[in-house]
Design a binder for this molecule. Sequence first.
Ligand SMILES: Nc1nc(=O)c2c([nH]1)NC[C@@H]1CN(c3ccc(C(=O)N[C@@H](CCC(=O)O)C(=O)O)cc3)C=[N+]21
Length: 294
Amino acid sequence: MTAITLDGVATASAVKHELAARIEMLKTRGLTPGLGTLLVGDDPASRSYVAGKHRDCAEVGIESIRVDLPASATSADVRAAIRDLNSAAEVTGYIVQLPLPAGHDENAMLELIDPDKDADGLHPTNLGRLVLGIEGELASPLPCTPAGIVEMLQRYDVPIRGQHVTVIGRGLTVGRPLGLLFTRKGLDATVTLTHSRTQDLAAEVRRADIVVAAVGVPHLVKPEWIKPGAAVLDVGITRVQDEETGKGRLTGDVDPGVAAVAGHLSPNPGGVGPMTRAMLLANVVKAAEHRLGA
Ligand SMILES: Nc1nc(=O)c2c([nH]1)NC[C@@H]1CN(c3ccc(C(=O)N[C@@H](CCC(=O)O)C(=O)O)cc3)C=[N+]21
């Protein structure tokens, strides 16, 4: 047996295709959605992620507005840039690229984002709405990686209701909000949220119908840990040096041997990453529709 690949590139492409039609509709109604990005410093990975977001915007017809500050920017500079993005009319949603360079208080900066323009769903008001389980008119933008994971499972008809999900990692952008999302009414999964102090990680993974690995430890998740047929989503990514070629390459949290045991497996790269970016676009479109009272 070999796992069905959860193809993030193809699935994100389908999502983007659907969004493009909604963006056309918004434009005919007089509103062009615009995504802003705020990048501080010159971390190469962050630069490349931000560049990807601008490419995605161009692909679907969203305007994009790029604000880059040097590594020497002070917290006052970052606050000023956030205030400008809050008031810029052409920016209907934006993100502050994380991590910020050392010395900046990330939570304090996230809190300054106008919750109605929070394309990442990481403002405390929006995280609070996720906890409250508010839907419909006041629904919050969902954090992009958790939303992308659920969207991908649904599009592949992987059952979620009543299933046991083990999430590895409790970070702000993936693990913690994902636990909240999966246990919401309507999704109704049972979640075990594990982290670096979890005593017997293998045992927690073994009981899972769905495993999400988001820690950034290369090949942490072993084939022996996986219940046969489980869906495994590989989210964490680490840049490692290839021993033979000396070149840098990307390695996920899941051991390749897992493909022989799992029912579904998202590759990394090519899995959840592209879905994360598609969900960012979806948040921008939803916020613009909301603004027009759609
Ligand atoms: N405010 C904020 N929001 C974020 O959503 C956010 C962030 N900060 N900081 C960093 C993480 C990371 N992240 C990724 C998104 C897409 C890929 C992605 O598309 N990756 C490609 C590979 C890209 C490559 O080659 O590097 C793939 O998985 O196939 C990766 C990583 C969003 N993040």
